[in-house]
Ligand binder design. Structure first.
Ligand code: SF4
Length: 926
């Protein structure tokens, strides 16, 4: 679609008749890259809505994007630079000048004493392209090391390596509009219904318009994406290559391979053909744990399709053979010669909002600007000439896992972390904590004050964030959006690119680099963009035709967009000419190993990790919006009922989950989404909300040899029941809406240091307009009375409006705070079963007569009339699972549910779950 035909893409405009302004930006969560319109008054974000003119989403947003305005509150922001003089000391507020001067001195001293490779930068796919560009130049052009890596290493580096090995360039050849043209879609290792919801809405629309379209989903779990498929291949973790090879075997055997095209446009096919000769569907079925006939069906649907298309994400990438997972999938497109045409091709869904932009500027330890390779001497010389430096270093830098290993070993002595949270997101957390504790000097450049990594920082630098900064981002389909600042950042926050520039100038001075002022002569962020665009001239991603003005005029554009172009390229390789040296695509014979760690008698469960629908990564942003907890309100491990039965466990029991690297305590949640012998933990919960580090306490750091991406997706674990008889539940809301959210956020942050005093503790939010902070505790010993008193004080559960009841003989106590005839505070010990309906009383802000009666009753049963609504499925319209179940039991279909309850009629994120509940026909386990 030619974007110029839509309304001009203006930066900001006044909303008629109000004091409000509107500014166009992009959602900072997933790689779909939806356009948003920020409504604000110049100081505060008031509301967010989807941009109808943005070609990624055409006005739609998912639950996360549509609640962005709830996440911009300043309470948990980092507002000023803070520095500590030595480890163990409290940080003190300092000026920016002192902060950057100290950082420059420490880095310069270490570089002079130990060389440029003794420092490292660990940055983020959340950064804008311009931020990335300056950091990359700072490390490779000024310091003279390639030790700059990013959390994109954990996310997309296997897809990068797979594209480069097969197609010759890190360039997804497809566009979202191809969803409409494809007649067979294969989604492998991805759950877009949760992780890329607006892309999934587009797939749903395409299927509705074309009911004969086939959808195959490959995933060990029966996710909402898998449940909606025509064919779900629930393979065992790590067996993807066997499945894809068996599909290729069938394509060969049944004559679907387009041999003339393969001979004309590819190389290496014969070797792969020989390698898959013995990989029959029967062989693969035994390894993958699926039926042979289903593999044959998938292959035949693929072979018969006019326009077969694959999509993949973390399920393939986060593997110790993630690159070959990708090359094996890409081989299926090459074998049938269906790439570069409408509806065809292998499409890697980007996890983070700007993982693509980071790759474009070479923001990984093995890359250089504009998709140049560090290993290529000509590319190094080109970049040196572009930057006006003598050379860029030759030796590859340290990838994410290697960097933290080097920090732990004392080889990297100063570490600068920007816009990411490795003390939550890296695998094998015990090693990461050890590295961060040992590191001589840790700088954390962050928007939020209380991420798990913040406690390790010697220097905290406050960064501006979404809605406050300008630059560009590139989404999964190579589309660049100009992101605009709507409001100024709070306190002394600065844009990330400006922090990196200012540090570079000071460091250059300390290192005696007289060229630093010229290298970092960026008066504006657009000056950075112009230099980046120029660096792409003649490259596969040439964007010399783009500027902020062009992006504002034409709207977001796909690359390449060379000088003189009128629009970007929807898809690549239409002529069958690829970016390899020979111009031919390459078939790769993949490694056929399985998971990095096998199950055995001690660790018999296959744990996979993934994402929830309404949370994003380590929750530093989504964790601030109470309503985003309403879909899943407590950390948990999903298990099949048979695995609970075998261990005499019940749904809701606390279990200890152990791997060879660590253990965590979580609540067991029974679901048929996971197969017997499998388990699932969402990756979002870490030490800020939980008494442990969550999933990454268990994961392992084995990496793919090509991409260096760690196997975050899978680990072998065991579970056992844990007896924690001393339980407590504390909840606190507020009478007035204008303070409820601030107080809840402040109290949640204050509770964080308490979490690790208990064997199990989890803090979360609840409610919608009046946020409630919820603290759940389970402990092996009686909870000391003074701890409870301190927690009461922290939650402000005291004063004349507090009612209390205690039964020392039964070990039960109840404390309730009633204000304006509403329950606004609660603490239960000993018996917490009534917490569910009491929480709902607080959410509903119902009159408290029933509470008074219940409070002084010896048995803590919920009044009959106070049955809870339960989990919220439709977050936009606040529709609960119990209401949907009741309507389904009456025979209502999706249309009837939408007509009566209105669920699924706003952002649509809950529609896959509604369909699943309808299909189940009875109360489904969720
Ligand atoms: Fe944001 Fe949701 Fe769009 Fe992803 S799909 S960019 S999270 S609104």
């Amino acid at each position: 679609m030619r974007f110029a035909s839509i309304a001009p893409y203006k930066r900001a405009q006044k909303v008629s008749g109000t004091k409000n302004m509107e500014t166009k930006s992009s959602c900072p969560y997933c790689g779909v890259g939806c356009g948003v319109i920020i409504q604000h008054d110049g100081a505060r974000v008031i509301e967010v809505r989807g941009d109808p003119a943005h070609p990624a989403n055409f006005g739609r947003l998912c639950t996360k994007g549509s609640t962005l305005h709830f996440t911009t509150r300043p309470e948990t922001r980092l507002l000023y630079p803070e520095l500590r003089s030595s480890k163990g000391e409290a940080r003190q507020r300092v000026s920016w000048d002192q902060a950057l001067d100290t950082a420059a001195t420490r880095f310069a001293d270490i570089i002079k004493a130990h060389g440029p490779d003794s420092v490292g930068f660990y940055i983020s796919g959340q950064l804008l392209t311009e931020d990335y560009y300056v950091f990359n130049k700072l490390m490779k052009g000024l310091i003279g090391s390639n030790n700059v890596d990013t959390n994109s290493r954990l996310c997309m580096s296997s897809a990068v390596a797979a594209y480069k090995q097969t197609l010759g360039a890190d360039a997804p050849p497809c566009a979202y509009e191809d969803f409409d043209h494809s007649d067979c879609m294969l989604i492998a290792g991805a759950n877009p219904a949760f992780a890329h919801p607006i892309a999934f809405r587009r797939i749903e629309d395409a299927r509705a318009a074309r009911p004969d379209k086939k959808l195959i989903v490959v995933d060990p779990r029966r996710t909402d994406t898998a449940a909606s498929a025509d064919l779900h291949l629930a393979i065992l973790p790590g067996t993807d290559i066997w499945l894809f090879n068996a599909m290729l075997h069938v394509l060969l055997w049944d004559g679907y391979v387009n041999l003339p095209w393969v001979r004309a446009h590819t190389e290496g096919f014969d070797a792969l053909r020989d390698a898959v000769r013995e990989v029959t569907p029967a062989v693969a079925a035994g390894i993958c744990g699926v039926k042979a006939e289903d593999i044959v069906t998938a292959a035949r649907w693929w072979g018969e399709a006019q326009a077969p298309m694959s999509l993949w994400c973390m399920g393939l990438n986060q593997s110790h053979h993630g690159t070959h997972n990708g090359t094996a999938l890409i081989a299926l497109s090459l074998a049938v010669g269906k790439i570069g045409q409408p509806g065809c091709g292998p499409f890697s869904l980007t996890g983070q909002p700007n993982a693509m932009g980071g790759r474009e500027v070479g923001g990984l330890a093995n890359l250089l600007s504009a998709h140049r390779d560090l290993a290529n001497p000509e590319h190094r010389a080109e970049v040196a000439t572009l930057w006006g430096v003598d050379s860029v270093p030759e030796a590859p830098g340290l990838s994410a896992v290697e960097m933290f290993e080097a920090v732990r070993a004392g080889k990297v002595r100063a570490l600068w972390i920007a816009c990411t949270n490795p003390a939550h997101s890296m695998p094998q957390q015990a090693l990461i904590r050890e590295a961060l504790e040992k590191c001589e000097f840790v700088v954390l450049q962050e928007a939020y004050a209380n991420t798990e990594t913040a406690q390790y920082a010697d220097l905290l630098l406050p960064a501006s964030t979404w809605a406050e900064k300008e630059g560009t981002v590139t989404n999964s389909e190579r589309r660049i959006t100009h992101v605009n600042a709507a409001i100024p950042g709070p306190g002394e926050t600065r844009a990330d690119w400006a922090i990196a520039r200012d540090f570079a100038l000071k460091l250059g001075e300390k290192l005696g680099r007289v060229d630093a002022p010229r290298l970092f002569d960026y008066p504006t962020v657009e000056a950075v963009f112009r230099e980046h665009a120029e660096s792409t001239r003649g490259r596969d991603l040439d964007i010399t035709g783009l500027s902020y003005a062009v992006l504002d005029e034409l709207g977001p554009q796909q690359w390449p967009f060379p000088e003189g172009a009128e629009q970007g390229a929807s898809r690549l390789y239409a002529e069958g000419k690829f970016s390899t040296t020979s111009g031919k695509a390459q078939f790769i014979v993949p490694a056929t190993s399985l998971t990095a760690e096998s199950i055995d008698a001690r660790y018999p469960l296959r744990l996979t990790t993934g994402r929830l629908r309404d949370q994003w990564h380590s929750m530093s942003r989504t964790g601030k919006a109470a309503r985003l907890y309403n879909h899943v309100d407590e950390p948990r491990i999903d298990l099949n009922s048979s695995d609970l039965d075998r261990r005499s466990l019940r749904d809701g029991d606390l279990v200890r989950v152990k791997s060879r690297r660590g253990s965590v305590i979580l609540r067991a949640h029974v679901t048929e989404e996971v197969r017997p012998g499998h388990a699932f933990i969402a990756m979002h919960w870490g030490r800020n909300v939980l008494s442990s580090s969550g999933a990454n306490e268990l994961t392992l750091n084995n990496v793919d040899p090509h991409s260096k991406q760690p196997e975050l997706k899978h680990a072998a674990v065991q579970i056992e029941k844990v007896e924690l008889p001393y339980q407590a539940l504390l909840m606190r809301s507020a009478v007035h809406a204008d303070v409820a959210n601030s107080l809840a956020l402040e109290r949640a942050a204050a509770l964080e240091p308490w979490l690790r005093r208990f064997d199990y503790a989890a803090v979360s939010l609840a409610g919608r307009d009046f946020a409630i902070v919820v603290l759940r505790i389970a402990h092996s010993a009686p909870i000391p009375a003074e701890w409870l008193e301190q927690l009461d004080a922290l939650m402000d559960l005291q004063g004349e409006h507090c009612m209390a009841y205690a039964d020392a003989r039964r070990g039960v106590s109840k404390k309730a705070l009633v204000e304006d005839n509403m329950l606004t505070g609660l603490r239960l010990t000993g018996e917490t079963a009534a917490g569910g309906w009491l929480k709902e009383l607080m959410i509903e802000r119902a009159p408290t007569d029933t509470v008074r009666r219940w409070l002084f009753a010896p048995l803590p049963k919920a009044p009959i009339a106070s049955v809870g609504r339960g989990r919220i499925v439709c977050n936009c319209l606040n529709v609960a699972e119990s209401e949907i179940r009741a309507a389904v039991a009456e025979g209502k279909d999706l249309a009837a549910l939408q007509a009566t309850l209105k669920c699924g009629t706003s952002c649509g994120s809950c529609v896959p779950e509604l369909k699943r509940l309808i299909a189940a026909g009875t109360p489904a386990s969720v």
